[in-house]
Ligand binder design. Structure first.
Ligand SMILES: *Cc1c(COP(=O)(O)O)cnc(C)c1O
Length: 488
């Protein structure tokens, strides 16, 4: 494959990507006098229109995306989402709604927010929702702030938050950001929370347990009721990380499991494609006890219309400008309404079936540390392949040669050399078989021809990369002398 030059390398002095006719009126520089315009940037690339179009088109073709093929990243829910939801979110009534528009003029939009809150509350069994946080991790922090506010109001915020070793990495970070000390709880041999370890560590200094359910091994915490009892008996709260709800939607409700706070990732479960940095939405649901602390403003209904209520004395305050990522919410509502309760339940059934199909199909070739049956994802490791000097990285890179995106690697940390696979509900059996077949071929290659794995990928635009160089020796500015060196 031919290397695409940097745009700086195809730059020539004086080239322009546009041409306008000469002005037929006198130029008036005065008009722009008070407007801060950008000075010429030194070394800024100068290219023609066709050059710029071709450059970015060629680069875009080296990219892999969910519209092109299977994307097995675990803990991510990289699923194909129906385009109709994008179409709904692109209606001008939504995209052109100004955040400062008078509330009377955006009643329909407020209704969309309120309705979605209601559906999410129904799906999760919680009492109230805020749609404001714009990522899962922000939802976690906001949820922890409710818990802190509750304890503070009773005189003592408490010191510690418990987090199982199979939790998502954002959980301890959010607890820490909220001013808590984080203490880890061990998993048992089934891969779920060790109840005796929890009972030992749960004291009246513990503000909450943050539990990821299903956990990052894809395993449902089947002792969740006992876990809730242990935490509540000492006055703590049970926080559930519900980023991976597409194993549970329509089947069971965290509210019924005595969960006190939950966040969802609309950009995983509810039809917003993600990766590449957004936009996302991490709504937080709470029970009645924590409802007074929800962030401002709250959408309320009074005298025949919706309005934004700022009169909430116990609220933790604002956590977002305006009302979060509105268009993500539009997609969520379109998704929920188009599927209906039967369709939503099928999501979970298919996600779990697909994951277990992969788990069963590959368990002879790849080591499974936890044999417990899983929900929406399964975690293998490279233990069998290590004998031949092949690691999870080599397996992941070789998948690229088979036209597939690699799965999540080396996470969760409780499985050494992890390969974490989440097929999602949208993959067909044909596509799953294609993946399974590639994984089997790789297992065979690792015994017979490990060299082909060690040097993979062979057919991709970029070959095996130095995983740390970009972080250790960043080259942030292109120069004609150093530039081409940087991209070799
Ligand atoms: C993705 C994920 C998060 C973090 O969500 P962001 O939107 O990336 O901040 C938290 N917990 C779990 C279990 C996740 O899968």
């Amino acid at each position: 494959m031919i290397r695409e030059p940097l745009i700086f390398e195809i730059s020539d002095e004086g080239k322009r990507a546009f041409s306008f006719p000469e002005l037929d009126v006198p130029q008036d520089k005065e008009i722009l006098k008070n407007i801060p315009t950008r000075d010429a940037i030194e070394g800024f690339p100068q290219v023609s229109e066709v050059e710029i179009v071709r450059h970015f088109t060629r680069l875009s073709r080296t990219n892999y995306c969910v519209d092109e093929g299977f994307y097995p990243l675990g803990s991510c829910t990289m699923k194909y989402n129906p385009k109709i939801n994008e179409k709904m979110a692109s209606l001008p009534e939504f995209t052109f709604a100004h955040p400062y528009a008078p509330q009377d003029l955006v009643q329909g939009n407020l209704e969309i927010l309120k309705k979605t809150e209601g559906f999410l509350a129904e799906i999760t069994g919680m009492d109230a929702f805020t749609l404001q946080p714009s990522a899962g991790a922000q939802g976690e922090l906001v949820g922890m702030m409710f818990i802190r506010a509750y304890h503070e109001e009773r005189g003592h915020p408490r010191k510690t938050v418990l987090v199982p070793d199979s939790a998502h990495g954002t959980n301890p970070s959010s607890a820490h950001l909220c001013g808590y000390r984080v203490q880890e709880i061990k998993s048992n041999e089934k891969g779920t929370v060790d109840l005796s370890d929890l009972s030992r560590t749960m004291t009246e200094e513990v503000a909450a347990l943050m539990i990821t359910n299903p956990n990052t091994l894809g395993i449902f915490e089947d002792d969740i009721n006992k876990i809730a009892d242990i935490v509540h008996s000492k006055g703590g709260f049970l926080y559930m990380d519900g980023a991976n709800m597409n194993a549970l939607v329509g089947i069971c409700r965290p509210g019924d499991m005595d969960v006190d706070v939950i966040h969802l990732n609309l950009h995983k479960t509810f039809s917003t494609p993600h990766g590449g940095g957004g936009p996302g939405s991490g709504p937080v649901g709470v029970n009645r006890q924590l409802e007074p602390y929800l962030p401002l403003p709250i959408i309320e209904w009074r005298d025949g219309k919706y309005f934004l209520d700022f009169d909430r004395p116990k609220s933790i305050g604002r956590v977002q400008s305006f009302y979060g990522n509105f268009l993500v919410v539009v997609k969520t509502l379109a998704y929920i309404l188009s599927l209906g309760s039967k369709g939503l339940k099928e999501i979970s059934e298919m996600a779990v079936l697909n994951s277990n199909y992969i788990r069963k199909s590959l368990e002879d070739e790849y080591y499974l540390k936890y044999k417990t049956s899983t929900l929406h994802e399964c975690v293998f490791s490279d233990k069998f392949q290590k004998k031949y000097g092949v690691t999870n990285l080599d397996i992941a890179k070789r998948l690229i040669d088979y036209g597939l995106h690699p799965p999540t690697m080396s996470f969760p940390l409780v499985v050494h050399g992890a390969l974490m696979i989440e097929p999602t509900e949208t993959e067909s059996k044909r596509d799953l078989d294609f993946f399974i077949d590639a994984m089997r071929k790789i297992a065979k290659e690792s015994k017979e021809n490990p060299e082909v794995l060690k040097s993979a990928p062979h057919v991709s635009y970029v070959r095996r990369m130095d995983e740390t160089k970009a972080a250790r020796q960043p080259i942030l500015k292109w120069t004609r002398e150093g530039g081409s060196k940087a991209c070799k």
